[in-house]
Design a protein around this ligand. Structure first.
Ligand code: ZN
Length: 282
């Protein structure tokens, strides 16, 4: 596995650590950002937070905004693992709450915002769902295509629930995907604000709920799972503990996992929007 970190460096400060011909500009989207990729073996990786602190102290500005961790696996590595971490990269708006989906908030955790209960079918806006076989709303509602639903049914995949989604103008041909089985993250799963900041709270928000609902704002490591019998029985799972926080429409979200049979289906049916990483079972 190769792990690469991508940073959206503020252009005016990029020269403090990077060559001018390094990375790529975001072109017309934003001339103020330079996208740089580097591994943790690159000594400059550890310079980023140091320079970041200097810039903050001197100018009260940030050195980087967005960031991401890209893990590349060989075919052999992906085929050898029992459990895969399923990543849903495409996010869209509006969320269900904005389109008339009814939620019961009475049992919601007052610290982290986890545990709201969906009472109605997922309502979404027609034309807002991306043309992928899987995507999620900014509130973490997972939407899949008819093609995905049919393939799951045909292959008899277990552990997933698919409920029809309703559009403002009537029934849709999309489904809401939820997991019927939860598995537990181990304490070896690392979460934090960004790769340099593992803080569990900031500016009044608490990212690691004392009641155990959430583990942090963002997942930073490959997920580590406590072994459970259900791993061999089902094809799709959600983590018991969640990441992220209640902020506007955002809600804590589980991490999703799947079996090799699930991944095989995605590859053979050429379903889009799915990314896989390795999940470690302890
Ligand atoms: Zn909580």
């Amino acid at each position: 596995m190769t792990e690469i970190c991508e940073f959206r460096i503020v252009y005016e400060f990029a020269h403090l650590l990077f060559r001018t011909d390094e990375g790529k500009d975001l072109g017309q989207i934003s001339k103020s950002i330079k996208v740089v990729r580097l591994t943790k073996e690159d000594p400059r990786f550890y310079q980023i937070p140091i320079i970041g602190n200097q810039i903050r102290e001197r100018y009260n500005k940030s050195f980087f905004f967005g960031w991401g961790i890209i893990r590349k696996y060989s075919k052999k590595e992906l085929e050898a693992t029992t459990l895969l971490h399923l990543k849903i990269k495409t996010v869209f708006e509006p969320a269900g709450e904005e389109c008339g989906t009814i939620y019961d908030e009475t049992a919601v955790c007052e610290v982290c915002g986890a545990n709201r209960k969906q009472l109605s079918p997922l309502n979404l806006k027609q034309g807002s769902v991306p043309k992928k076989d899987i995507a999620r709303t900014i509130a973490g509602e997972v939407v899949v295509s008819e093609k995905f639903a049919a393939a799951c049914k045909q292959r008899g995949l277990k552990g997933l629930a698919l409920e029809p989604i309703i559009f403002d103008k009537g029934m849709s041909n999309f489904f809401q995907l939820t997991a019927l089985s939860q598995i537990e993250l181990s304490h070896n799963t690392i979460a934090g604000i960004n790769p340099f900041d593992l803080s569990t709270s900031s500016e009044g928000e608490i990212y690691k709920c004392p009641k155990g609902h959430t583990i942090g704002l963002n997942l930073l490591s490959e997920p580590c799972i406590l072994n459970s019998q259900s791993i061999g029985e089902y094809d799709f799972f959600a983590s018991k503990q969640k990441v992220s926080v209640k902020r506007g429409l955002l809600r804590p979200e589980p991490i999703y996992f799947c079996s090799q049979a699930f991944r095989k289906m995605i590859e053979e049916e050429k379903l889009t929007g799915f990314e896989f990483e390795i999940a470690n079972i302890e």
